[in-house]
Design a protein around this ligand. Structure first.
Ligand SMILES: [Zn+2]
Length: 263
């Protein structure tokens, strides 16, 4: 009997590898310094890098702060263009106005998910998102469940917290910071393997900003640094490794990945 259920489970997993064509996952690892990738050599993110393309010289917007950078990622506008220059937000306050990556994905026929792990990112909630889920410490597990069960094409924006707490406490690129990054990489294993095995999919791994010593959000060059890693079975992204990249350009990359839906 046990074997039978295992068979059914495997069959379902394999079925959904083929059902959710052109699905996209954006993984924003809060406060990830690109040098941590070179030092840790993360096994799972490393697989995405070998199979895809990357640029470890990406830059945040000005000032390089969590909500300001994520708002730029989601709206495709610099803080100057959007006027969104606040790094704080509380429940009940107005949320983001206008078009976002979720509107783009929704128009392309994808089911949209927003999973975040820092309260202020609730600012980015909007009507183009089918499901918003807040998970302080379990945002990766929440996303993994969706990835395993969803059978329609989908778009997930997954925000992962952790480094943004360890950085200010122990220092960016400290032993504790690198250990935390290693843990995040292990936790991402199932999601990344699933996406790589899908018939047609795009993975984008990036961050909102980095930091130096125990500080971030200043005009220190390290505070602006961020990585950009893309794996896509459908669309070529080779140019990203040699061109400059700013976090507000994420939306245009997602629109490129969405062209998969027109093929
Ligand atoms: Zn941040």
């Amino acid at each position: 009997m046990k074997k039978f259920f295992y068979f059914i489970f495997t069959l379902l997993s394999v079925t959904n590898l083929f059902a959710a064509d052109c699905s996209i996952i954006v993984i924003s690892i809060d406060a990830l310094h690109p040098d941590a990738i070179n030092i840790v050599k993360p096994e799972n993110i490393g697989k995405v890098m070998s199979a895809g393309v990357y640029n470890l010289n990406g830059k945040s917007v000005n000032p390089p702060k969590t909500l300001i950078s994520h708002t730029a990622m989601v709206t495709g506008k610099t803080p100057e263009e959007s006027g969104y220059i606040s790094n704080s937000w509380e429940k009940g306050k107005p949320t983001v106005f206008g078009e976002t990556i979720f509107h783009d994905a929704k128009r392309a026929g994808l089911k949209t998910y927003f999973i975040y792990s820092k309260n202020k990112l609730g600012f980015l909630e909007n009507s183009a998102i089918d499901k918003t889920i807040y998970g302080k410490d379990d945002s990766i597990l929440i996303a993994e469940k969706i990835v395993k069960e969803e059978t329609e094409p989908y778009f997930i924006f997954l925000h992962i917290s952790g480094l943004d707490e360890v950085g200010p406490k122990y220092g960016w690129l400290s032993k504790e910071y690198l250990e935390e990054f290693q843990l995040i990489d292990s936790d991402l294993q199932n999601i990344l393997e699933h996406f790589i095995a899908m018939k047609s999919s795009t993975i984008i791994i990036t961050s909102d900003h980095a930091g130096h010593d125990k500080e971030h959000g200043t005009n220190h060059p390290d505070d602006y640094k961020l990585p950009l890693i893309i794996f896509s079975k459908d669309i070529k992204f080779d140019d990203i490794s040699s061109s400059s990249y700013y976090s507000f350009q994420l939306r245009s990359l997602i629109n490129r990945a969405l062209k998969c839906r027109q093929n």
